[in-house]
Design a protein around this ligand. Structure first.
Ligand code: PLP
Length: 395
């Protein structure tokens, strides 16, 4: 006998992955250049030079004998201190390496928070549309996911709807800004309102409600949009960060959880996060990339191609008559399926080897997500196909 829950997870089809695999099969038939694949959020630009420079310096430097060794479980103290100093400098809120727990990317950071915080009967609020894996992480931790739709049209947080969903079992709310898939960045006013609401509800129910902020796209923003630093707004915030997207390192698996000392019962919350990492068997985050994170925090790859693609796609699709949400950040753009049947649109687009993901897997049918972390040539080649589809749908 094996765990039915895990069998289901292992066998469950993920539409985006299926589309991606379909693209790989088609590439063998029609040539890779003719498959217009916008299915996955795999960064397409190289990491900044400092990433490889740091790797070489570490491998050739005084640490070369120990760099592949185990580190302390929360991460090397020197690396954590360096990241904390960088965060203090960047966001103006003092933090120390002792508040950081380095992880295997944002996915592990989220799991450490959810597994660490969860007690029987707990609920975590997620905002629809949400990153597909949130439900997997929450339910694997033994908790319940409570869905709250984002505000229609803008995809900002709907504070009234969140308030209505909070109850005595609410342990936390998981938010993601810049947002995958909608591309929105929640403005400071929204975050202030959310913080007030969470404080009010925490005292009404006599327990802290944690704000889990999933931030792998923090630096991937356009037009100078500011992403509020949530610990400055709400004391019981846990920041889950990843270097996957900003440094183009998704396969290297490095990120962190920040448990600020402002959090109620800080030492126990931090210990619970660390204990969850231990319980899941993470041991420590990849040691070489701890040094990369320490040296490169705050840097980004050259993201200009994403900005070019975002502008080209948003303008192009809007002119063709599609209803689009303009992304403030991330490298995703969603548009409405003309007849609201996103699965049918995705299938129809596949006939032209245009691969876009229906947002059904994000809990929000009716839209298509375009992952525009690709070279601009692919965007240019895709626009006439989008136009042809617009005509077929009578836009
Ligand atoms: N959260 C969101 C919203 C994401 O889009 C992703 C990856 O695409 C993750 C978390 C996981 O990131 P990581 O690669 O750092 O585990």
């Amino acid at each position: 006998m094996v765990s039915e829950h895990m069998v289901k997870l292992g066998m469950n089809r993920n539409i985006m992955r299926e589309i991606f695999e379909h693209g790989k099969r088609r590439a063998k038939v029609v040539g890779a250049g003719n498959v217009l694949d916008f299915s996955l959020g795999n960064p397409s630009v190289p990491p900044p030079a400092k990433v490889n420079d740091t790797i070489r310096a570490v491998l050739d430097g005084p640490l070369h004998d120990s760099v592949h060794a185990y580190t302390s479980a929360p991460g090397d103290q020197g690396c954590r201190d360096a990241i904390a100093a960088s965060l203090t400098h960047r966001f103006g809120v003092f933090c120390t390496g002792d508040e950081l727990y380095l992880t295997v990317g944002a996915a592990a950071a989220l799991c450490c928070c959810l597994f660490g915080l969860h007690t029987p009967g707990d609920e975590f609020i997620v905002i629809v549309p949400y990153f597909t894996e949130y439900r997997v992480f929450i339910e694997s931790a033994g908790a319940k996911a409570v869905e709250v739709p984002a505000a229609p049209g803008t995809f900002d947080l709907d504070l009234a709807a969140i308030e209505a969903a909070i109850g005595p079992n609410t342990k936390g709310i998981l938010i993601n800004s810049p947002n995958n898939p909608a591309g929105v960045v929640y403005p400071a006013a929204t975050i202030r309102g959310l913080a007030d609401l969470l404080r009010r509800k925490s005292s009404e129910f006599g327990n802290p409600i944690y704000l889990i902020s999933d931030e792998p796209y923090r630096e991937v923003v356009y037009d100078g949009v500011e992403v509020p630093w949530l610990p400055a707004y709400y004391e019981n915030t846990l920041v889950c960060y990843s270097y996957s997207k900003c440094l183009s390192l998704p396969g290297e698996r490095i990120g962190y959880v920040l448990v600020p000392q402002s959090a109620e019962d800080w030492a126990r919350v931090y210990a619970a996060v660390a204990g969850a990492g231990r319980g899941i068997g993470y041991i420590n985050a990849p040691s070489l990339f701890q040094h990369v994170a320490a040296a490169c925090d705050g840097l980004t790859a050259d993201l200009s191609v994403y900005e070019t693609n975002r502008n080209r796609l948003y303008r192009g699709l809007t002119e063709m008559g599609y209803t689009c949400v303009k992304p403030d950040g991330t490298f995703y753009l969603i548009f409405q399926a003309p007849d609201l049947d996103s699965m049918a649109f995705s299938k129809r687009a596949m006939k032209y080897d245009l691969l876009v993901a229906p947002t059904d897997t994000f809990g929000c049918p009716g839209y298509l997500r375009v992952a525009f972390c690709v070279d601009t040539g692919r965007v240019e080649k895709a626009l006439p196909v989008f136009r042809r589809l617009a005509q077929e749908y009578g836009l």
